[in-house]
Design a protein around this ligand. Structure first.
Ligand code: AMP
Ligand code: ZN
Length: 494
C-alpha cells in the first residue's frame, strides 16, 4: 500500500464533535435507525433520513466492519405531537379513512419499502415492527418504573429528573423543548413523557394491550429503546434519525436507556445506550411568500418518490441529489436541482458504460496504482470525514474519467466506490433512466415515427420541416438529441 487508509470519523450529536469511530465489539458496527410512522406515505424528506443511514451503513461495510443495521416501523404510539400531546397518528388516520389500523399500517409500510427499493437503499438486517415487541416493552417499563416512573390517570410517566443530564443531546431542551410540551395535570416536570398510555375509561382503541398499568398502548419513545436494546444490545454503536429527533425523541430514549442500564450521567457516551448519535438535517422547500419551508407529512400535501417517477425523474436522481449535499447541511429541494442531478447521473452512466464489457480485476492493488491509488485515497478520506459524499462523488467522477489505465483495475475501483454511493452505475444503462412522464401524451412508437420522418426531411434538406418536427416533439415532452446514440429522451415535467 502506498496510501494510508483514513480513519473513520463521525460527528456525534451527543458531544457535538467529530470523533474517531471506535466499535464496541471489535470488527463490528451495530446501527439503529428510527423508522417511519406508517400512518401515511413517506415524503422525500423522510427518505433523505434513510439515504443517509444507508450511506452510513455502506461506509461502515467499506471500512471492513460487519454491519448489523436495524430500522424500525412505528405502527403504534407516535402522537400527533412529538412530545406528549394529541392523538395517536395511526388511530387518527384509521378513523379518518374508516379502515382498520392494521390495514393502514400494512399499506404504508409497503409503500415505504417500495421507496426504499427505488432509492437503492440496502435492506437492513432487520425491520423491527413496534407491535411485535409489546411484551418486551412492558417488561422494560416494569424494570424502570419503580425508580423512574409514576402513574397518573392517563398513563405511566417517566420522571426526567430521575436521571442525570436529561436533555443533554438537545442542549436547548429547557428553553425551547419544554415550552412546546402540553401540560398534563399531575406531571412532575414539563418534559416528563408517557411510556404507557392508558385507554380512557369507556373507550376502546383498535390497538391496545393489557399491562400492569391497565389496558393501553406503549409510548413511541419506549418502542425505540426496547427494540434497539433487544436487537443490538446496550450499548450499541450508532443511533440515527432526522434532526428533529435530537430535540425530544432521542433525549427521551436516552433517559430510558440510562434508567434501564442503571447508568447515570452522560459523561461516558456509552451510558446513553448508544455511543454515537447521528442526525441528518432536513430537506426543505424553497418557501413561497408566507409559506413554511418545512416538509410535513401531516399537512397532507407533500412530495413523494412516486411523484418524482410520475414526472419522469428517475429516483436515483433524487438519491444523487441527497449525496450532493453533506448530510448535516440543510438541502433545498427544487425541480431544477433534481433535473441537474438527473443530467449528472446520465453523464456518469455514459462514462460507466465504457466499462460494461470489462471484467473487474479484483486482485489489482488499487492503493499502489499510480493513477487510481490517489483517487481511492481521496474517496476514502472523503467518506471517512464524517461521510463527505459531495467530495466522494467528485472522486468517483474522476475515476470514471481516468484514461490510459488498465480497464480491469479501473472497473474494480469504480465498483468499490459505487458500492458506497449506491448509484448502480455498473448495473444500469442510460435508457433505464428514461422514464416516461405520466402526463406524456405521445407513445414511443409515435416518437420513433416522427423521428423517422425527420430523418427523411433532413435527407431531403428540408430543414424547415425537420425543425417543425423537432419543435412538435419538444412541445410534447420529448427532447431530440442529434448525434446522441439514444437519439431522444423524455423531458421530465414539472
Ligand atoms: P416520521 O415518519 O415522521 O417519524 O419520520 C421519519 C424520519 O424522517 C425521521 O428520522 C425524521 O426525523 C425524518 N424527517 C422528517 N422530515 C424530514 C425532512 N424534511 N428532511 C429530512 N428528514 C426528515
Ligand atoms: Zn425512534
Amino acid at each position: 500500500m502506498t496510501t494510508e487508509a483514513s480513519k473513520l470519523t463521525l460527528f456525534n450529536s451527543l458531544t457535538r464533535a467529530a470523533e474517531p469511530f471506535e466499535p464496541i465489539h471489535p470488527g463490528e458496527a451495530r446501527v439503529y435507525t428510527c423508522g417511519p410512522t406508517v400512518y401515511n406515505y413517506p415524503h422525500i424528506g423522510n427518505m433523505r433520513a434513510y439515504v443517509f443511514a444507508d450511506v452510513l451503513g455502506r461506509v461502515l461495510s467499506f471500512k471492513g466492519y460487519t454491519l448489523t443495521h436495524v430500522i424500525n416501523i412505528t405502527d403504534v404510539g407516535h402522537l400527533t405531537d412529538d412530545a406528549d400531546a394529541g392523538e395517536d397518528k395511526m388511530e387518527k388516520m384509521a378513523a379518518e379513512k374508516a379502515q382498520s389500523i392494521w390495514d393502514i399500517a400494512r399499506h404504508y409500510t409497503e409503500a415505504y419499502w417500495a421507496d426504499i427499493a427505488a432509492l437503492n437503499i440496502r435492506q437492513p438486517a432487520k425491520w423491527s415492527i413496534a407491535t411485535d415487541y409489546v411484551p418486551q416493552m412492558i417488561a422494560f417499563a416494569e424494570k424502570i418504573a419503580p425508580a423512574h416512573c409514576y402513574e397518573l390517570e392517563s398513563g405511566l410517566y417517566f420522571d426526567v429528573a430521575s436521571v442525570a443530564d436529561y436533555g443533554r443531546l438537545a442542549r436547548a431542551v429547557t428553553e425551547e423543548g419544554e415550552g412546546r410540551i402540553e401540560a398534563v395535570e399531575g406531571k412532575r416536570n414539563a418534559a416528563d413523557f408517557a411510556i404507557w398510555r392508558k385507554t380512557p375509561p369507556g373507550e376502546k382503541r383498535q390497538m391496545e394491550w393489557d399491562s400492569p398499568w391497565g389496558r393501553g398502548a406503549p409510548g413511541w419513545h419506549l418502542e425505540c429503546s426496547v427494540m434497539s436494546g433487544d436487537l443490538l444490545g446496550f450499548p450499541f454503536d450508532i443511533h440515527t434519525g432526522g434532526i428533529d429527533h435530537r430535540e425530544i425523541h432521542h433525549p427521551n430514549e436516552i433517559a430510558q436507556n440510562q434508567a434501564f442500564c442503571c447508568t447515570n450521567g452522560l459523561d461516558q457516551p456509552a451510558n446513553s445506550g448508544a455511543r454515537v448519535w447521528m442526525h441528518n438535517n432536513f430537506l426543505v422547500l424553497r418557501p413561497k411568500a408566507g409559506e413554511n419551508a418545512k416538509m410535513s407529512k401531516s399537512s397532507g400535501e407533500f412530495l413523494r418518490v412516486q411523484l418524482l417517477i410520475d414526472k419522469g425523474y428517475h429516483p436515483l436522481a433524487y438519491r444523487l441529489m441527497c449525496l450532493q449535499a453533506h448530510y448535516r447541511s440543510e438541502l433545498e429541494f427544487s425541480w431544477e436541482g433534481l433535473g441537474a442531478a438527473l443530467t449528472r447521473l446520465k453523464r456518469m452512466l455514459m462514462a460507466a458504460e465504457r466499462l460494461a464489457d470489462v471484467k473487474a480485476d479484483l486482485a489489482a492493488d488499487l492503493a499502489a496504482h499510480p493513477k487510481l491509488g490517489p483517487l481511492l485515497a481521496k474517496f476514502d478520506a472523503a467518506v471517512c470525514d464524517d461521510l463527505n459524499t459531495p467530495v466522494a462523488l467528485t472522486a468517483l467522477e474522476e475515476a470514471l474519467a481516468v484514461k490510459k489505465v488498465d480497464q480491469g483495475a479501473k472497473r474494480a475501483l469504480v465498483a468499490a466506490m459505487d458500492a458506497v454511493l449506491g448509484l448502480d452505475l455498473l448495473e444500469k444503462r442510460r435508457p433505464d433512466l428514461r422514464l416516461r412522464p405520466k402526463s406524456a401524451s405521445i407513445s414511443e412508437s409515435e416518437i420513433e415515427e416522427a423521428l423517422e420522418r425527420r430523418r427523411q426531411a433532413r435527407a431531403a434538406k428540408d430543414f424547415a420541416a425537420s425543425d417543425a418536427l423537432r419543435d412538435e416533439l419538444v412541445a410534447r415532452g420529448v427532447e431530440v438529441m442529434d448525434g446522441d446514440p439514444l437519439g431522444w429522451e423524455w423531458k421530465p415535467g414539472e
